[in-house]
Design a binder for this molecule. Sequence first.
Ligand SMILES: [Zn+2]
Length: 524
Amino acid sequence: MIQIIPKPLKVVQGEGIFKFTFSTKVGGDFPKTKKQLVAAFSKSGVEATIVAGDGDINFVTDTNLDKEGYILNIAENKITIKASDEAGAFYCLQTLRQLSKVDIITNAEEIEIPCCVIEDKPRFKRRAFMLDVARHYSTIDTIKECLNMMALNKLNVFHWHLTDDQGWRIEIKKYPLLTEKGACRTATQLAGNKMENETYGEGLYYTQEQIKEIVAYAKELHIEVMPEIDMPGHLVAAIHCYPELSCEGKQIDVSTHWGILDDIGCVGGDKLMPFVKDIIDEIAELFPYPYFHIGGDEVPKKKWKVCPKCQAKIKELGLKGEEDLQGWFNNQILLYLKEKGIKMIGWSEILRATELSDETIIQWWIHSAKASGVDKWLAKGNKVILTPEPYLYMDHCYDMKDLKKYYSVDLDTMGLSPAFENQVLGIEAPLWTEYVRCKEKLQFNIYPRMQALGEINWTAKQNKDFIDFEGRLPLQMQIMDALDIKYANRDAYLVRGFKNWGRASKAWLNWSKNQNHEFEKYCK
Ligand SMILES: [Zn+2]
């Protein structure tokens, strides 16, 4: 059985096999992917040769094909790979890895690949995974492992949530305190709402050199890295270092608790805007891509309501109130980014402002299309990214969001007309790490949700089928076994039938008592 995730557009199974041996020549176009193909197969023990001319495995440029798409033709004596760009050739290689099972083979003399013809292309452009490294830091190696798994599943955007109330994790040369002081908190709220009274985060940040290393590593895998600097809320770690950024200017601690905090940046004052512009200047040099995420979520306006500077600004600009003050701030940042050729993305609460620039891209995570304002936003022809919290949040337990529910996400699930398909840039899932303190839990929460994320982004709607998807999961699990990745097994990821009635009905209760209960039950 052919087990490919995400499911390709068309697969026609043939007869016979192609034998990949030590004498196989890899030729044609796309030099980078040719090297990657030989490297991928060499892990199994079989070393092929790269040639400049025609090969037994031959890459051909075909500009009639869609971006990122490919046609793979495997005959007994030759494999032909057609693509219009290097990304398409690379995605064909990911398909070929799964067809040949090369990732789970060792010490081979030759590798058999079943004959078939596959035509394939992605459904959505921005197929994204988000990792929060502010609440808990992930090592460079853990991030690289995530990127490798993203590539295998044809995801192409790594959204890096680098800053939050509980820690600042990106080096900014002009503001060294952000990582000297802002990376560190004095205590941490644990699962079950106990406290750990030990400092966390000292030295746990990414230097600009490390950021460049990750960006370069991801680029080889055709993954764009998009930074998020959350503002004007979720800014407590920065305010701890530079109190003048807030309305009251008081010294506050990096937060030791999770949740929404009242201390936010002062948009009426004259300190925040230059600070943000300086940060954007440094960031634009590190991330060579045209997208920046401003956050913008969970911004309580309590402090702005009583801040003379914020109130004066509202008056001066003739704004209707605090939501429009945030909208004005967002539009200023959007214009600043635009001068650098960068587009702005923000979480869906920023739609509460009456005059948000139509050039903003909205990442929709809470409330219905109507209540969030996404329906009006789409009706104007604007763009969105789908990240529905009730379905896709990877930090939540499987008993709250099992894999079947996760897989069901689509425009219709969200109450959107199929007419908006071209305005949906993609589907993105985040891993928030409040209760993710170790690599094993990170893996348990991410996999096999990441496989489903790849499929709901890449696979044509008419080819989506959860039962069929599950039938293709075992190969990915064997690959993860070979990589020592602790994924959730079927008992954990699927909540179904009478047997699990208690589990589903007690999901929120179990979660509020102990956010690790499922991980402890299935993974330890
Ligand atoms: Zn203020």
